[in-house]
Design a protein around this ligand. Structure first.
Ligand code: ZN
Length: 256
């Protein structure tokens, strides 16, 4: 089965120059992966591609607004559609009828606690949501459910599946998943070393660490950089190598 890319028509600084991707699997069980934001053009494109058949299921990779905002418009157009996991939770590793075949649901928390990927074992395509995107890194929003430790574990788990391609929520298809995922793991490891070095140099707040770690940062990216630093600090704290008191961070063992 060959998934059809249907763009959500919501290009922005945040969603990327081509906006969100949604993926339609036609066949016995027409399935859409991710819902977009309800743009009329998107709904028309889905309907045209279905050519009169009913959309059976929407699979949601995670609950961020650019992936679920279109659900009301989709329900209005196809009232019998089942939205998962809203109507029926996923089972990690469980099989889902999709198109003329099946997808395996893979729980991949990190970017969001409710993040799922969907793996087509026959073609080895992985619908990866916001786990990865070509030509950029993924934000781990530490204050809104992001968790770097979980994210790194999810990257390792997907590496272990050896997918042939990643069909992401944003940007082009990733033709070399192992290369990109390994790059991600190396990038995060390098960033962690920089955060530890900044702590060693006596920096104590995420803001100070951002100044130390990110040279020539555009002001618009400062918030995301601070989130990323905080994600690293929380990971190091979970691992017991960093302590925090009153918003100030330092290397050291937690007091017994
Ligand atoms: Zn997201």
């Amino acid at each position: 089965m060959s998934p059809l890319l249907l763009r959500a028509h919501n290009a922005s600084d945040w969603t990327g120059p081509t906006g969100n991707n949604t993926w339609l699997l036609r066949g016995r069980t027409p399935v859409l992966v991710d819902a977009g934001v309800g743009e009329a053009r998107h709904i028309r494109d889905i309907a045209a591609a279905l050519a009169g058949t009913m959309l059976a299921v929407v699979l949601v990779t995670h609950g961020h607004p650019d992936h679920v905002g279109g659900l009301p418009a989709i329900r209005e157009r196809w009232p019998s559609v089942r939205v998962r996991p809203a109507s029926e939770p996923f089972v990690d590793g469980g099989s889902i009828d999709a198109g003329d075949g099946a997808l395996r649901a893979i729980h991949t928390p990190g970017h969001a606690p409710d993040h799922w990927c969907f793996f087509d074992e026959e073609s080895r395509d992985l619908f990866c949501g916001d786990l990865a995107r070509a030509g950029g890194t993924i934000v781990i929003p530490a204050r809104r459910g992001g968790d770097l430790r979980e994210y790194l574990a999810s990257l390792e788990r997907i590496l272990g599946l050896a997918p042939r391609r990643l069909l992401p929520g944003h940007g082009p298809i990733v033709e070399d998943p192992s290369g990109l995922l390994r790059e991600y793991l190396e990038h995060r490891a390098a960033r962690e070393r920089q955060v530890v070095a900044a702590l060693e140099a006596g920096r104590t707040t995420p803001d100070q660490i951002v100044d130390e770690v990110y040279a020539d940062l555009a002001p618009a990216l400062r918030g995301a950089a601070a989130e990323s630093v905080l994600a690293h600090l929380l990971k190091l704290k979970d691992e017991g190598s960093v302590v925090e008191a009153g918003g100030l961070w330092a290397l050291g063992e937690p007091k017994a």
